[in-house]
Design a protein around this ligand. Structure first.
Ligand code: PMP
Length: 364
């Protein structure tokens, strides 16, 4: 038997126990081949079947149309902050909406390529004035004419701010969905490109997924490293060099698991329930608070503060003693944060809520 505790880490995040158990059973000997998946050639027929299946499952879960490529790359979501202008800027303008730490990093990195002369980078608006608790109204966005793309972050993991509806702009949309991919249904064809680091809703760290519309593939700068070149990686089926083989395999197991849970619609319902339970607990008390505008409250990452911040340390030591792990907020925001990705069951959120109410009774 094993010992697993409610883990609210923002990433690398908790994995479905069923997936880890299955991986454990296959660890030494995958399907009678006498070797582990991590010992296989990435060019072998067995491994190619593993990756092909993972892609098929992801396409099914997200309903990805045929005119989109799905790439399984490395370097995390952060390397995409460079890959995007290198592949797509094409001497035009790249529009960026800043709504928190991650979209802020994306525009900052892109600016380096403006200096290199690859095009113009425009921050169309920033939510900084609200401390990133709200999204600037679209009427205030300074959109560029004929932009090559419009970049935004669908879910700001640190600030707990989510943009649920794809913005309606003329340029192809690029969304950083690192912390919201597969959390509920989206319409892939609203986007030119979607990318997500794996270590939250997909699998272990070391893998980043890029979903890109084919007509955007051929605009890369000659300075774009081949490993970051989307057209090249599409042609090589994400195997221009040795891919993150084991992480890719585990991601495929997570896709199987998600399908068994009923897919994104089913998990989306549970995700809403989990988030509502936690927000209701916060809103129904004057002891806890969450500052984010209601329409943009994340269903994946829920930061909260205590009215008396001198109790923060005690909250963290007591919650850890109660077996509730990784509730410390990010230093940019302070307080606490509960990340409640797909693999966090409703029961864990109930345990957290029970603990919070108990703590409030003792210390209010
Ligand atoms: N974007 C978002 C929304 C994130 O949450 C993160 C990681 N926390 C990143 C980008 C960066 O991801 P990586 O560490 O994989 O580069």
């Amino acid at each position: 038997d094993f010992h697993r505790l409610p883990n609210f880490c923002a990433g690398p995040a908790t994995m479905p126990t069923e997936v880890l158990t299955l991986a454990q059973s296959e660890l030494l000997d995958w399907q009678g081949r006498g070797m582990s998946v991590m010992e296989m050639s990435h060019r072998s027929a067995d491994y190619m079947a593993i990756t092909a299946k993972a892609e098929t499952k992801l396409r099914g879960l997200m309903d990805i149309p045929d005119n989109y490529k799905v790439l399984f790359l490395q370097g995390g979501a952060s390397l995409q902050f460079s890959a995007i202008p290198l592949n797509l800027l094409n001497n035009q303008a790249g529009d960026y909406l800043t709504t928190g730490a991650w979209s802020g990093k994306a525009v900052k990195e892109a600016k380096r390529y403006e200096k290199l002369g690859l095009g113009r980078i425009a921050e169309v608006a920033t939510g900084k004035g609200s401390n990133f608790t709200d999204v600037p109204a679209q009427s205030e966005w300074q959109l560029s004419d004929n932009a090559a793309y419009f970049h935004y972050c669908a879910n700001e993991t640190i600030h707990g701010l989510q943009i649920f509806d794809a913005p309606k702009v003329d340029a192809p949309l690029i969304a950083d969905m690192s912390s919201s991919i597969l959390s509920e249904r989206i319409n892939v064809s609203d986007f030119g490109m979607i990318y997500a680091g794996a270590q939250k809703n997909i699998g272990p760290a070391g893998l980043v997924i890029v979903i890109i519309r084919e007509d955007l593939l051929d605009n890369a700068s000659e300075w774009c490293p081949m490993l970051m070149n989307y057209a090249h990686q599409a042609e090589k089926e994400s195997m221009s060099n040795t891919p993150a083989t084991y992480a890719w395999y585990l991601s495929g197991l997570v896709f199987d698991w998600l399908e068994e849970q009923g897919g994104v619609d089913a998990i989306g319902k549970i995700n809403r329930q989990k988030a509502e339970l936690l927000y209701a607990t916060i809103d129904n008390s004057s002891f806890y608070a969450n500052p984010v505008a209601k329409a943009h409250r994340s269903i994946m990452n829920i930061p909260f503060t205590l009215a008396d911040s001198s109790l923060d340390k005690l909250f963290l030591t007591e919650s850890e003693k109660a077996g509730l792990l990784n509730l410390k907020g990010h230093r940019d925001v302070g307080g606490m944060r509960a990340s409640i990705y797909n693999a966090v069951p409703l029961d864990w959120v109930q345990q957290l809520v029970d603990f919070m109410q108990d703590f409030e009774k003792k210390h209010a």
